[in-house]
Design a protein around this ligand. Structure first.
Ligand SMILES: [Mn+2]
Length: 391
């Protein structure tokens, strides 16, 4: 929506540094999607490097950063060697298994744990292309490849420990697993039926699994020790008001379960969705008004009542007086009426590449199943492009 999130990210990183200062940990894991794009703006790079520099001055001896589907392998790798001087392990791609094994040591240099840093695994990293393979065969081979990669890393970790079973192994990865709850702002990772990857993917050797990709903090399935930490700030109005967390995980020396503490991240800027009739909208906006350092951002959905330019202007005026910024006013009624009406004329700018593709497919005389296959293929292409360098 054309707004910079620099302030919120700055405040979050300052808060995180303070948390780690007051409560030092042996290792910090950042489970991918360090940046939102392959070509991050300079302010974002500055925040990243300054954070890692400041953290290196505190007591955190290990930082593990893995690449996500939004990250460019080239961007993350370019400063990998330099960052290793600050005890930051950047694992950008899955091409080198040894690199994914990070030995965590205490202040006497004795090993106290292993972190298996598994980045977002691109198709070409885990699957050999075979000519003439069908879409389903490719998807199957991909899932097999991902599972094998996780197993191989876990095996290598066990081998590194050489029988010392009291040392915990922590896995970290960036992927979408079955049964997880999405919001509408995660860019789709779509590789075949990747949704079929369930928590059985994760090797038994792992004592805890820190996952990235989904924006909502959550457990995977019924397991307490497989978790998505979620994003530190809400990235769209679909996440408005959602609590955000970092997880502080303590793994006991005995074989017992890890101790997990969810530490709530302050809401540095409030995002709120207001759904209301025209008559009630002023009251609803007044209800959320508080004295915040950063202006509250709202999205207003008008469900009923007289609409028009005048109403939109009135909403913006009310909000401005209350130090609230209106990012969007949506007309719910109009939208549902339009959806019923087939003759929506949209400009190309309003459509996503997927929607354009779907519209084109509608012109073809093919059955639903076949159309689904084409759509899946197209999603795969989009997710590949998203993961590449974009300018
Ligand atoms: Mn992701």
């Amino acid at each position: 929506m054309g707004r910079s999130r620099e302030k919120e990210h700055t405040l979050f990183l300052e808060w995180l540094l303070l948390q780690l200062k007051n409560n030092p940990v042996d290792a910090l894991i950042v489970a991918g999607d360090i940046f939102d794009t392959g070509t991050p703006p300079n302010y974002a790079l500055k925040l990243y490097f300054n954070f890692l520099y400041k953290l290196s001055l505190q007591k955190c001896n290990h930082v593990v950063i893995i690449g996500g589907n939004h990250d460019s392998i080239a961007t993350l790798s370019s400063t990998k060697q330099l960052l290793s001087l600050l005890k930051v392990n950047v694992i950008a791609d899955g091409n080198n298994l040894e690199e994914e094994i990070v030995l965590v040591k205490d202040k006497n240099k004795l090993p106290i744990g292993i972190i298996c840093g598994i980045p977002f695994l691109k198709d070409r990293v885990v699957r050999k292309s075979i000519p003439g393979e069908s879409y389903e065969e490719k998807a199957k081979a991909l899932i097999k490849g991902i599972k094998k990669h996780y197993r191989d890393v876990a095996k290598l970790a066990s081998k590194t420990l050489n029988g010392k079973s009291n040392i915990p192994i922590i896995g970290t990865g960036h992927l979408l697993t079955k049964g997880a709850i999405k919001t509408d702002s995660e860019r789709e990772i779509f590789i075949g039926s990747l949704n079929n990857i369930d928590s059985s993917l994760f090797p038994k050797q792992f004592d805890y699994i820190a996952l990235g990709h989904l924006h909502r903090a959550q457990k995977v399935g019924n397991s307490n020790k497989i978790r998505y930490s979620g994003s530190p700030i809400p990235l769209s109005f679909s996440e408005a008001g959602q609590d955000k967390f970092i997880y502080e995980v303590t793994i006991p020396e005995s074989d017992s379960e890890p101790n997990i503490k969810a530490v709530k991240i302050p809401e540095f800027r409030k995002l709120r969705r207001i759904s209301s009739s025209v008559d009630d909208v002023e009251n609803k906006i007044r209800e959320i008004a508080t004295d915040e350092d950063l202006k509250i951002w709202i999205e207003v959905c008008i469900k009923s009542g007289k609409q028009g330019e005048y109403i939109h202007k009135k909403i913006i005026d009310i909000a401005t007086d209350l130090n609230i910024e209106v990012l969007a006013v949506k007309n719910e009624k109009e939208k549902s009426q339009l959806q019923q009406n087939e003759q929506i004329s949209k400009t190309l700018k309003q459509l996503s590449p997927m929607e354009v593709f779907e519209k084109r497919l509608e012109l073809e005389d093919i059955d639903k199943e076949e159309a689904e296959l084409y759509k899946n293929g197209f999603r795969e292409i989009i997710s590949e492009i998203d993961a590449e360098d974009r300018t």
